[in-house]
Design a protein around this ligand. Structure first.
Ligand SMILES: [Zn+2]
Ligand SMILES: [Zn+2]
Ligand SMILES: [Zn+2]
Ligand SMILES: [Zn+2]
Length: 369
């Protein structure tokens, strides 16, 4: 770079010196060569002592980049909109990575350590960092659709309500129109959309298909209501606690204590990824559970059961959709197979990272026909 451009840039810096950002110290990143404290170049007419390689605009951008890298999660290296946790030495982790790390280490039977400083990490010794969360929400972010820049605190509202380029479905999608496109082209589509003028006869198939979907949901609800009207109902609030097998490579599993419901003794067991050998190496995680009858019986027990989220809003099981299972217990069949809990990998990691998993089990004994 020649001296002339350096001087021009120095002027540039002066005209922008009113910006607060430009006055912040720039010594956090040693690889960037800049003029020494900018305020110096304002008070004296001396040429800058060091040659400047970046323009003031670059400088603002770089400051933003530097703040971004300072506030990023030390695991996924992203700026997260999730809660941010920190180790006792202040290293930052987003909630998703934090839970994933705790879950991984629980599966490996290892102490969780900070990836930066190797200090011990647990739910009790890591704290949220609200200042970081708030600072991140003030940093700019690009809209996925119109590519304009917004504050992180505004982006959700912009992308869902305001952005003219946001993906949109036709107003008549319920009648079967498959058109979708940017919001700004919706009005021109509506002038040519055929669906408002279709006859009832033409639309009947679409409406039938929709009705089937609603009927299925209604049936599920009716089944639950019917079950609840039966005589023999057991509701148990249970806690799954982690245990390890005494194998050479100890496997993690979960178990409730024995409980009594419908006059019998039961237990629930759960396992991760259906006991694949190294669950911590897989990306997807699942939790499946088994209901075990512990009492001796001579007759059969025809049982429908399902798992619901725990009472008192336990965050470890906040997202369980009920799936009703049916099993006939008898002398020889006292254990159900392992049944998948309908939860996402993230949800599963959240459960794993908690010290115990509480949930509610609803059991209904079917009347003999
Ligand atoms: Zn992360
Ligand atoms: Zn650390
Ligand atoms: Zn936009
Ligand atoms: Zn349409």
């Amino acid at each position: 770079m020649t001296d002339i451009t350096a001087a021009a840039i120095s002027n540039d810096l002066q005209t922008n010196s009113s910006s607060d950002l430009a006055n912040l110290p720039s010594d956090t990143n040693e690889t960037i060569e800049t003029t020494n404290p900018i305020s110096d170049s304002i008070v004296s007419d001396e040429p800058p002592t060091k040659k400047c390689k970046i323009t003031s605009n670059d400088k603002l951008r770089l400051l933003e980049d530097r703040i971004t890298s300072i506030l990023s999660c030390c695991i996924c290296l992203d700026l997260s909109t999730l809660p941010i946790f920190q180790c006792v030495n202040g290293h930052l982790m987003c909630a998703s990575c934090f839970n994933h790390l705790l879950a991984d280490c629980k599966l490996k039977d290892e102490q969780t350590t900070c990836p930066n400083c190797r200090c011990e990490i647990s739910k009790s010794n890591c704290t949220r960092n609200l200042a970081v969360e708030k600072t991140i929400s003030e940093l700019p972010i690009q809209c996925d659709f119109c590519l304009q820049i917004f504050l992180r605190s505004e982006i959700k509202n912009h992308q869902s309500q305001i952005c003219l380029d946001r993906p949109t479905f036709c107003d008549y999608s319920l009648l079967g129109c498959n058109w979708n496109g940017a919001f700004h082209s919706l009005s021109s589509h509506l002038t040519v959309c055929e669906y408002p003028n279709k006859t009832g006869l033409e639309l009947i198939d679409t409406i039938q298909a929709q009705k089937c979907l609603y009927d299925d949901e209604k049936k599920c609800l009716e089944t639950v209501v019917d079950l609840l009207s039966l005589n023999q109902i057991g509701v148990s609030d249970l806690v799954l606690k982690p245990f390890r097998t005494d194998d050479f490579v100890a496997k993690l599993y979960f178990e409730t204590s024995r409980f009594t419901a419908l006059q019998y003794q039961w237990q629930v067991r759960a396992r991760i990824n259906d006991n694949v050998p190294h669950p911590h190496t897989t990306i997807t995680r699942s939790l499946s559970y088994q209901l075990v009858l512990k009492s001796k019986i001579n007759q059969t027990i025809d049982l429908k059961f399902f798992i619901l989220k725990g009472p008192h809003g336990d965050p470890s099981t906040s997202q369980i959709q009920p799936i009703i299972y049916h099993f006939e217990f008898n002398q020889n069949n006292t254990e159900t197979e392992y049944l998948k809990l309908p939860i996402s990998t993230q949800e599963c990691n959240r459960m794993l990272s908690s010290s115990s998993i509480s949930f509610r089990l609803l059991m209904v004994q079917l009347d003999k026909a």
